[in-house]
Design a binder for this molecule. Structure first.
Ligand SMILES: Nc1ncnc2c1ncn2[C@@H]1O[C@H](COP(=O)(O)OP(=O)(O)OP(=O)(O)O)[C@@H](O)[C@H]1O
Length: 248
């Protein structure tokens, strides 16, 4: 299978820190995989996501996305790379409050100089899939948390990025909204064959992934792949047991 993201021997130590936030981390994600990164607070999950997505730099090691070495990209090249190739979903949504949902969603494609007709066509197609067609002319403050996060998911996928990085996408949501957002993320992964790397504390959210990688003290300590024959409850149970054993 085609390797999409490859992390090789990555080390990251913050200034004044006693320990490495990432300590010789290596793994790869193939095209179409949905990988969840789990671990206790401080285990290095967000540091990993920031380094894998060009937001932060490593001290040692290399990162490749679609075969391109992104390790030492200049800031301006990294910004272009993010615009062209990466999608982001954050806990706090980061929608622009003064713009409608439609205007928020048009930004990624406008930045890629797509025509207005193409942009509207794409927005309406995805809004329909995400049950958001009636919300396009509303402003973010008129939406529920779950609806805002669905807009953020559409915004992340609309330009069909090479990979989507999601940092605690359900962290601010109640259980109903979490279920809806995760169902839509799952749909994106299956129907559009999107590659997703998601950092989460939430065992339920992680159970939607096809693989979970577990971190402790900046190191990978375990990994589990969902068996196609197993249902999500079984996978969630397996994740729970590993998290429990790691906390002992
Ligand atoms: N900017 C920073 N400066 C110094 N130390 C940092 C910085 N950011 C993170 N750290 C430290 O690096 C380690 C890993 O932090 P990181 O935020 O990656 O963990 P995490 O697993 O994402 O935690 P959480 O689940 O609480 O968000 C921690 O010990 C943290 O205190």
């Amino acid at each position: 299978m085609k390797e999409l993201l490859s992390i090789k021997n990555v080390v990251k130590k913050y200034e004044m820190a006693e320990y490495n936030a990432l300590d010789n981390v290596s793994f790869s994600i193939t095209q179409g995989e949905f990988v969840a990164i789990m671990g206790a607070s401080g285990s290095g999950k967000t540091t990993l996501l920031n380094i894998a997505s060009t937001i932060d730099k490593t001290d040692c090691g290399e990162i490749y996305i679609k075969g391109r070495n992104i390790t030492n990209m200049s800031d301006s090249k990294a910004a272009d790379f993010r615009k062209d190739e990466l999608g982001f979903i954050f806990q706090e949504y980061f929608l622009l409050d003064s713009l409608t949902v439609r205007e928020n969603l048009s930004i990624p494609l406008s930045l890629l100089s797509k025509s207005k007709d193409k942009i509207d066509e794409k927005i309406e197609c995805l809004a329909s899939k995400f049950d958001m067609l009636n919300q396009l002319e509303k402003y973010p403050h008129q939406l529920s948390g779950g609806q805002k996060q669905r807009v953020a998911v559409i915004r992340a996928i609309i330009k069909e990025p090479a990979i989507i990085f999601a940092d605690e996408p359900t962290g601010a949501l109640d259980s109903n909204s979490t279920e809806s957002v995760m169902n839509h993320l799952h749909l994106v992964n299956k129907e559009m064959n999107s590659t997703i790397m998601m950092v989460t504390h939430d065992i339920y959210a992680a159970s939607y992934a096809s693989r979970v990688i577990f971190f402790k003290d900046g190191k990978i300590v375990n990994g589990i792949v969902k068996d196609d024959l197993d249902d999500r409850d079984t996978f969630q149970n397996q994740i729970y047991k590993i998290m429990l054993s790691m906390s002992k």
